[in-house]
Design a protein around this ligand. Sequence first.
Ligand SMILES: Cc1cc2nc3c(=O)[nH]c(=O)nc-3n(C[C@H](O)[C@H](O)[C@H](O)COP(=O)(O)OP(=O)(O)OC[C@H]3O[C@@H](n4cnc5c(N)ncnc54)[C@H](O)[C@@H]3O)c2cc1C
Length: 397
Amino acid sequence: MDTDVLIVGAGPAGLCLGNALAGSGLRVTLVDPQDEADLGDPPDDGREIALTRRSRAILDHLGMWSRLPDAAAAPLHEARVFEGASTRPLRIAPYPRSSEPLGWMVANHAIRRAAMAALAEHGTVQLRAGRRVVDISIMDHGAAVRLDDGAELNCRLVVLADSRHSAMRRRLGIRSSQRDFGRSMLVARMRIQHPQPGCAWEWFDHGQTLALLPLQGDLASVVLTLPQHVVDQLQSLPDDAFEAQMQARFHDRLGSMKLMSARHAYPLVGVYAHRFSARRLALVGDAAVGMHPVTAHGFNLGLAGVADLATQVAVATREGSDIGAAKTLSLYARAHHLRCLPLYLCTQAIVDLYTAEAGPAHVLRRGILDAAATLPGIRQALGTLLADRRRARITVN
Ligand SMILES: Cc1cc2nc3c(=O)[nH]c(=O)nc-3n(C[C@H](O)[C@H](O)[C@H](O)COP(=O)(O)OP(=O)(O)OC[C@H]3O[C@@H](n4cnc5c(N)ncnc54)[C@H](O)[C@@H]3O)c2cc1C
């Protein structure tokens, strides 16, 4: 065997798994087409990731949290959900009241940089940067992984972490359910005249969904969900015209808004793989479940899955059993399905309800927001969604 575990893809999920396995005594290899310089110092991709408390604890355990610069993590104390022109939001805050935030906003490229730095410190994971996996053959005793330079690596376990559009998942015949939401997300960092420190907004306005994610000081990440042709128009505007558009789209509630970064767009497609494991194979991160970002759970779920998979592999190693055995991997797969499926379906239902433009949909969602203030069932569901299974207090202003 050339290596014990081969991870396809050094995105956030693959890198975190590399770190989780770094001290296991197993030989681990990561393969990614990006070159090493880009992996070590990834460019800003505009994504600001809302990390739950649980994710922070995992990143701490992986030696990554301490590698984030102080200014990289902006605490999130409250979320407000608006509907249409209403100025009465549904408020979600930690419950019982606590000074500990609901979560933290951290830029995706900062997470990747911290993961690479931790990996370099461990020094036990082999990185094949600048190489793409082009084929995988699964056999009884192991798997053979072919790279685009013709090299073949034999391993005991292959882990796919090669994005929601995973070419290797498809090549291995693993089906997935895909949902094209027919919208794209435009993200940009802006300086806000009336900042909302520690407070995130999710605003289901008529014809558009807006989000405001608080960063350091008066900076915020502005997120717009719109049809692609509108996103194209917004991206082609000069900076000052874009700023004026943003101010108008936020109904002037934030005062003047100044663009502080490039604008990035992401087509919204949800993906759910029909299986997360097979003999000698596991799927993690977006390759297993690619969430709609509205509930901010994609990476959080991926990280929880990575922690589970690493635990199963460590247990098998300790017991001297086969790390690629279907039974070992199915323990991870089952737990991950149970964790992801309810959130995946719930997120789709939220997107459907809050992007419907028919009159009754507006009435229904206003009614749900009002009811959420008084019905514990809805409060708990929303609290679970946003606070990662911790109780959250929800009130209507
Ligand atoms: C706008 C936006 C906002 C988001 N906000 C949040 C949030 O607030 N909270 C949250 O939890 N999540 C959020 N997410 C989701 C989060 O960004 C993703 O879940 C996470 O980045 C997925 O990481 P990944 O490593 O699985 O996949 P990716 O980041 O897609 O990485 C895949 C890697 O695989 C490599 N690769 C591809 N093919 C091959 C191959 N054949 N061989 C080798 N390598 C290959 C690629 O080069 C890449 O490095 C957001 C997403 C978006 C788009």
